[in-house]
Ligand binder design. Sequence first.
Ligand code: FE2
Ligand code: FE2
Length: 253
Amino acid sequence: MIRGYGHFVTLAESLQWDETDIDYSADRAAWPRLTDAESARVLGLIAGFVIAETSVSEELGSYQAAASDDSMEAVFRAQARDEARHARFFDLVAAEVARVPGADAAARRDALRTHVGPELVELFEERLPATARRLAEDHGGLTSAVGLYHMVIEGVVLLAGQHTMLDTLEGLSVALPGLRKGVELVLRDERWHIGFGSRIVQNADIGRDEADALLAQGESAAKVWGDLITPDAIETAVRQHRRRLKAAGIKFW
Ligand SMILES: [Fe+2]
Ligand SMILES: [Fe+2]
């Protein structure tokens, strides 16, 4: 079995980008020309990502502290830098393109909560922080905490949302090229985050109960987007989740 995490740091380094380098001028001009249904859907997805990326960037510190060695710790640190950038990117789009009111990111996030269902808010603002708190107290819970963060949240919830966002942008009556560019870059980062989490799970040799719980969590978590994503997108995300768990050496009985 392959162990060691150092190559993820090298990979992260080669994929760095800056949300302020993206040109949003075409997006700003196009936003008022979206239909009401189009802007409601895109804003709902943006709201979900603002809430999600803010939460994941804030909770990664407990994971870093629970890392089993220096190489894993360095990867969590590289990932935290990505997640903070993702949170800034979606907030920037909310503020400058969708013109969500609010003096700062926290105020805009408050305004955006009404655009998503309570299940999404609960997952990111209660369940993930509670898992991170437990991990801070008991570092032995790292594998299941990574299962929730990297496999379920990033691998199912965020990936399904990102694919839906790209499909939605494709079908709009006017283009939002800055948003599309940023979402593609976020997706590129998330792929290695998920790969890193899969490696941790693979190295942990988890048992049947934990494997079943991870699969069930993936199936229920995919639904937190409500109507914002299609049943098809959920099904695809769950299928990929199952395949990823199998690739990480998990057997389903
Ligand atoms: Fe992210
Ligand atoms: Fe991530």
